[in-house]
Design a protein around this ligand. Sequence first.
Ligand SMILES: C[S@@+](CC[C@H](N)C(=O)[O-])C[C@H]1O[C@@H](n2cnc3c(N)ncnc32)[C@H](O)[C@@H]1O
Ligand SMILES: [Zn+2]
Length: 182
Amino acid sequence: METRQQRVAPMADVVVKPSGIEGLGIFAARPYRAGERIRQINVVREITPESPLRADLGERVDHCSYPDGRVVLIGFPDRHVNHCCDPNAWELYEGTSSYFVARRDIAAADEITIDYNINIANGTAWPCRCGAARCRGQVAGDFFLLPIEWQREYRSLLAEWFVRRHRERLAELDRGRDGRTA
Ligand SMILES: C[S@@+](CC[C@H](N)C(=O)[O-])C[C@H]1O[C@@H](n2cnc3c(N)ncnc32)[C@H](O)[C@@H]1O
Ligand SMILES: [Zn+2]
C-alpha cells in the first residue's frame, strides 16, 4: 500500500556521491532490470561559439558530450557518470533526447557506469582506473581502437548518428573483418 511518505517524496532514480573510480559518480537509488531506462539525461545546452563553455561558472569540458558533431553540456546528476570498461549501463539516443539504460540487472547502491568509448572516434586517450576485471588501463577515446570482440559486443548499442557517420568502418565490422583496416 502506498504510504503518505512515498507520495510526498518518491524514490529518486539515482544519487550522486564519491566514487571509488574517480571524484563523484552516480549510484542507483533502486534496482533496475536489464534493458530498463534509468533516466533521461539532462542536457543543459549546446556549446557553440555564441554560447561557449563558462569555466568562470564552473562549467567543465569533461562534463560535455559530443553527439553527431555537436558539443552539449550535460547537467546534474548525469554529468557525474563515470567510465567503466565493463559498464552496467549505456546511452540510448532517441530523437533529441538521450537516456541511460541498464545493460544488465543493477542493484540499489551500485555505481552506474557507461563505456565512454561507445559513440566516439578520434578522441583523446587517458588512463582508466575503473577497476573492472577486464579493464584495459586506458580510455582510448575511439570505438574502433577497442578489441574487435568488444566492438561486436557494443555494436547494437551504437547511436544511429554514429552508425551513419562511420558506415564504411562498421560495414567491415558487420562483415566480420577488422574495422581498423577499413
Ligand atoms: C563526466 S566526468 C565523470 C564524473 C566525475 N567523476 C566527477 O566527479 O564529476 C568525466 C571525468 O571523470 C573522470 N573519470 C571517469 N571515469 C574514469 C575512469 N574510469 N578512470 C579514471 N578517471 C575517470 C575523468 O577525469 C573524466 O574526465
Ligand atoms: Zn577500465
